[in-house]
Write a protein that binds this ligand. Sequence first.
Ligand SMILES: C[S@@+](CC[C@H](N)C(=O)[O-])C[C@H]1O[C@@H](n2cnc3c(N)ncnc32)[C@H](O)[C@@H]1O
Length: 246
Amino acid sequence: MNDPDGYFGEPVATTYDESSADMFEPGAVEPAVAFLSDLAGDGRALELGIGTGRIALPLAARGVRVHGIDLSRAMVARLRAKPGGDAIPVSIGDFATTTVESTFSVAYLVFNTIMNLTTQAAQVACFRNVAAHLEPGGCFVIEVGVPDLRGLPPGQNAVPFHVSSTRWSYDVYEVSTQAMSSNYVEVVDGRGEFRSIPFRYVWPAELDLMAEIAGLRPHERWDGWTRESFTNESRKHVSVWRKPAS
Ligand SMILES: C[S@@+](CC[C@H](N)C(=O)[O-])C[C@H]1O[C@@H](n2cnc3c(N)ncnc32)[C@H](O)[C@@H]1O
């Protein structure tokens, strides 16, 4: 991947809001914004991977001062083009290492974006970077899927998630390394196009250990933004770790 915007360059940025339309529905956005706004209180919020502002814009509209970090100038240009988008400061860079001259009462990384860091070392660095930006008592929030290994047929390493006459989408898992990829094959005008995005899947308990390494303590874990219980059947989790107050 040589594009400086990573896997969210111009072609993805152009269609991001439309292709993720269900995640822009009020039912998906409002509970997340309410949850994060409660944690922010009167303080500031840091969004890692701010993208086109799906969460940051409504959070800022509630009066929370939001700062973003993102690798992709193309995604941030879409944020800038929206009402209120110019007022949100964004640092361009890798959220595992980029520093911002401020501290925050909440930092958040939603929509599976922790998995965009494709090594364990980078995910640990991200926790350390966040911890360094949190005020004492501040919180780090992650929304991410539970790895869907139960969907893998015995002896196989691929799980299809969309199959139609012109489009095939499937995840590939490497259980020895926790590398995975989402793969998209599409037939357009009789020609096949292929796109593959690498991820690293990560378990809830492993995230807790990363938090511990970074000096954060487990605070809450839910099945979703409206605080449903996290159970054996949960497909995703919203987890919160807190920086000790002293
Ligand atoms: C799935 S989108 C989520 C955008 C937004 N948070 C949302 O919920 O709609 C992931 C975003 O994270 C950014 N991103 C991915 N890896 C990154 C990294 N290592 N450093 C900074 N930004 C990254 C991408 O450019 C993209 O804008």
